[in-house]
Design a protein around this ligand. Structure first.
Ligand code: NAD
Length: 358
């Protein structure tokens, strides 16, 4: 048995509801793979602000740094919207990401079973699609200097800087290739090398890194074309690696082919400690009503097992249990004719039951 320390930060709104179900799944599957878990829970976001006056107390940050992986629910809500920017719930999340040096964000877009009908795209276009977007998370135009708004020649001018160093590109490209190696060995690097010099360098460095991964078929695509191709024929993609801003936009576009926010997990990796969280927010409109879909959070546990503990098999089992559960049961966000409507707690229980079959 190996022991792993997991920090759970449930956060706000539906965060605690979906976290509870995900922890049960984690506790059920871990012993099957020889994992003993030490699970600690700490506040983050609005809940932490209410308790301590900061969205990321030192105690939570330290616990994150002392853990092997972090599982985060969601943060934010109307109650905290009027707060100063510096203590908004979202700052807690950003601080955790930067302190843990999480420079790679992994966003899978997969269609689970007959959820294909929940997509706004035609079933034949999305059925079987399985795309992983690897987004650079700590550099690029969102962080580049100089930035700001100033008066020039009598008018206001807003400016940001798109900057990538060779080492930043190299490390994210490496993650892209490594992920592709564990999938169908096809990597599409997305840039805008025809107009942006910084992404011309991106293309060059990604190509150089590719020399170390001869088994991976590397291709390059401009970001505008990638946006079109995701909608036109998502099945052509396996793994995509791209900059912070292009990844922000393209991962949302790719995710939407799956139909619901309640189904989307994510992983942020790079440093020694990975952080796993659903893509959705705290959904204040349904919080406290046992209506939340816990599957994005449960699938995030699967990503933790795969990427932090190298237990891809455990991730596969969780996915199979999710697909089986969806055959019969649905939460409101993915409800369809002929299915049985259930709440968050029952959905968690049904996944636990389904896990027994795999
Ligand atoms: P949201 O993702 O919370 O909700 C958008 C819509 O999707 C809502 O109608 C909600 O009910 C539904 N939804 C989301 N997750 C669901 C689930 N698991 N099951 C069923 N339905 C689900 O986005 P929002 O309403 O724009 O934001 C609400 C709050 O969450 C804001 O304070 C925002 O800043 C915050 N937020 C946090 C994160 C995060 O913690 N990573 C991400 C996005 C938004």
């Amino acid at each position: 048995m190996s022991t792993k320390k997991i920090l759970v930060t449930p956060g706000d709104g539906i965060g605690p509801e979906v976290s509870e179900q995900a922890i049960q799944v984690l506790n059920t599957i871990a012993p099957r793979f020889g994992l003993q878990l030490e699970i600690t829970e700490k506040p983050v976001g609005g809940a932490a602000y209410d308790l301590t006056g900061t969205p990321i107390p030192d105690e939570t940050l330290q616990a994150a740094k002392n853990s092997d992986a972090v599982l985060l629910g969601a943060v934010g809500g109307p109650k905290w919207e009027a707060l100063d920017f510096s203590v908004r719930p979202e700052r807690g999340l950003l601080k955790l990401r930067s302190e843990l040096e999480l420079y790679a964000n992994l966003r899978p877009a997969v269609i689970y079973g007959d959820l294909v009908n929940a997509s706004t795209l035609k079933a034949e276009v999305v059925a079987g699609a399985d795309l992983m977007v690897v987004r650079e998370l700590t550099g690029g135009i969102y962080f580049g200097e100089p930035r700001g708004v100033e008066v020039r020649n009598g008018e206001r001018v807003g400016f940001n800087t798109l900057v990538y160093s060779e080492s930043e590109i190299r490390r994210i490209a490496k993650v892209g290739f490594e992920i592709a190696m564990k999938r169908a060995k096809k990597l599409t690097s997305v840039d805008k090398a025809n107009v942006l010099e910084s992404t011309e360098l991106w293309r060059e460095v990604v190509t150089e890194v590719g020399v170390d991964f001869p088994e991976v078929e590397l291709s390059h695509m401009y970001a505008d074309n990638a946006a079109m191709q995701i909608i036109r024929n998502p099945k052509q993609f396996d793994t995509m690696v791209t900059t912070n801003m292009f990844g922000d936009i393209l991962s949302d576009a790719a995710a939407m082919m799956t139909g619901s926010l309640g189904m989307l997990p994510s992983a942020s990796i790079g440093g020694n400690i990975g952080m796993y969280e659903p893509v959705h927010g705290s959904a204040p409109d349904i919080s406290g009503q046992d209506k939340a879909n816990p599957l994005a959070m449960i699938l995030s546990v699967g990503m933790m097992l795969r990427y932090s503990f190298d237990l891809g098999e455990a991730d596969e089992i969780i996915k199979q249990a999710v697909v089986k559960t969806l055959d019969t049961y649905r939460t409101g966000d993915v409800m369809a004719e002929g299915k049985t409507l259930i709440g968050c707690i029952e959905m968690g229980e049904k996944v636990l039951e389904a896990l027994e079959d795999f």
